[in-house]
Design a protein around this ligand. Structure first.
Ligand code: PEP
Ligand code: MN
Length: 360
């Protein structure tokens, strides 16, 4: 997929002086609920009203969406408020209905992006559409799978494309519902700077108290917009209650968010940055130099172990190093999480080096 300029054009057409916003309930519940929330969101920074009509639930028995009737409510909400309407589609039948009811923004959910057959079916059903189509990241942290979904749509002649970053599933419990793994979205943004990138802090956090913080983090990384679940009575929402905010809270988030410039062309900024970046470049080179030296020692260790016919991994020694490094790291302002990740990576590389010597 080339980095086509027209991808960004749809966003520019909104002529916004602030990030692009999609907001509305996780699910359409009743006609009254849809209309009430849409009215509370009109005349704000919101451009698109969202509501799930078909809800993929992890376990059976949950609320699976109201279906086609909800599309009638969205149509009415559009007529009454002028907001564009957006919903999730997961198969060709959904696409057909959404187009029939003139839905403006269609997004592909995380559980659908993982499945190339489903993605292709949706791309075929949408072929040549002028609607805006947004692809959520797959539930697993796989950039190719995410891009593959976008490519299938692009190849079907859909030009108004964008991506939504909603975080990734983990087995371990973390403070997030779905961990952000920011580096994956950043890599995507670097590869395709003209593909609008939207943050979904609702599904990343699963917690309305963390929405502002995660959205700010995304804006600091130059994201183009946000999709935020909004309900007038979040606690009694039929799905995703803990993460929805009220329209009033959403408007406060708009006030609190700091939108930063992408760049600054002033001499002062350029010079300060140049100096600091030179410094960083030197330090990075030193880091690589040190790591290279460390691996040479690992090679020697490998030789000694080989001569004595000793196994590569000695757990005691490894745990000792880790404990010491976490304490040392803390003194230097490094988080335990980072020190652990870094040393696991170094250790992995070191084992690779020793293996090579042992089995040479
Ligand atoms: C949603 O947006 O309501 C939704 C189901 O999201 P995801 O596909 O990210 O789980
Ligand atoms: Mn939801």
């Amino acid at each position: 997929m080339e980095n086509k300029k027209e991808m960004r054009n749809w966003l520019n057409e909104f002529n916004l002086t602030h990030p692009f916003v999609i907001a509305g309930p996780c699910s359409a519940e009743t006609e009254e609920q849809v209309l009430k929330i849409a009215h509370e969101l009109k005349d704000s920074d919101v451009s698109v009203f969202r509501a799930g009509i078909w809800k993929p639930r992890t376990r059976p028995g949950g609320f699976e969406g109201v279906g086609e009737i909800g599309l009638k409510w969205l149509k009415k909400a559009k007529e009454q408020t002028g907001l564009l309407m957006g919903t999730e589609v997961a198969n060709a039948a959904h696409v057909k209905l959404a187009l029939e009811y003139d839905i403006d923004v269609l997004w592909i959910g995380a559980r659908t992006t993982v499945n190339p057959f489903a993605m292709q079916e949706i791309a075929d059903a949408l072929a040549g559409t002028k609607k805006i189509v947004l692809v959520k990241n797959p539930v697993n942290p796989d950039l190719s799978l995410w891009l593959g979904g976008v490519e299938r749509l692009y190849n079907a002649g859909i030009e108004k494309l964008g991506v939504i970053h909603r975080g990734f599933s983990t087995y371990e419990k973390t403070k997030y519902r779905n961990i952000p793994e920011w580096q994956i979205a950043i890599e995507l943004q670097n590869k395709f700077p003209d593909l609008p990138l939207i943050i979904d802090p609702s599904h990343i956090t699963g917690d309305r108290n963390m929405i502002l913080e995660v959205t700010q983090e995304a804006l600091d990384l130059n994201y183009d917009g946000m999709i935020i679940e909004t309900h007038y009575d979040p606690d009694n929402a039929w799905s995703d209650a803990a993460q929805q905010v009220t329209p009033t809270a959403l408007k406060q988030i708009f006030i609190d968010l700091k939108v930063r410039k992408v760049d600054d062309m002033s001499d002062e900024f350029t010079q300060k940055m140049k100096k600091l970046r030179t410094n960083i470049d030197i330090l990075d080179e030193n880091l690589l130099d040190l790591l290279g030296k460390r691996m040479k020692v690992a090679d020697e260790i490998g030789q000694v172990k080989k001569d004595a016919n000793v196994a590569v991994l000695q757990n005691n020694r490894w745990n000792e190093i880790l404990g010491k490094m976490i304490l040392e790291g803390e003194k230097k302002g490094l988080t335990e999480e980072f020190v652990l990740k870094m040393f696991k990576a170094i250790h992995q590389e070191s084992i690779g080096h020793q293996e090579k010597v042992l089995n040479a």
